[in-house]
Design a protein around this ligand. Structure first.
Ligand SMILES: [Zn+2]
Length: 121
């Protein structure tokens, strides 16, 4: 799967999705008891366990994203001039999703060239 967003934002999105999924499963599980009575208890138990696991997983992802963002490099995006955080050598800008790279070998446009392009417009 390919996300058109900064890595930190992608982690946050996944964390949020997992939290929602976990909460949804727990609510559905509990609703199962109401709708199906004793038969629903099995559904509820499974729902609660899976819900809890995905909640814990989302917490772990959030924690990981937090750890990663402390080690991320803060740079000024050459495209939108906002301060963004980069993970690794290549990442996308959090605001305009421009691909940024620290590796000169992978860069197609340097910051100076981009400045020149913008001045021409
Ligand atoms: Zn940007």
């Amino acid at each position: 799967m390919k996300f058109k967003s900064a890595k930190i934002n992608a982690f946050r999105t996944w964390g949020l999705l997992l939290t929602m999924l976990g909460m949804g499963l727990m609510i559905l599980g509990t609703a199962g008891i109401v709708f199906w009575g004793s038969a629903g208890k099995v559904v509820a138990a499974i729902g609660l366990v899976i819900g809890l696991v995905s909640m814990i997983a989302s917490l772990a992802i959030y924690f990981w994203a937090g750890m990663l963002s402390t080690s991320a490099v803060q740079v000024e995006c050459p495209e939108c001039h906002k301060l963004t955080k980069m993970l690794g050598k290549t990442d996308r800008c959090m605001f305009c999703h421009t691909i940024l790279t620290m590796d000169p070998a992978q860069a197609t446009v340097t910051a100076e060239q981009l400045e020149g392009q913008q001045l021409k417009h």
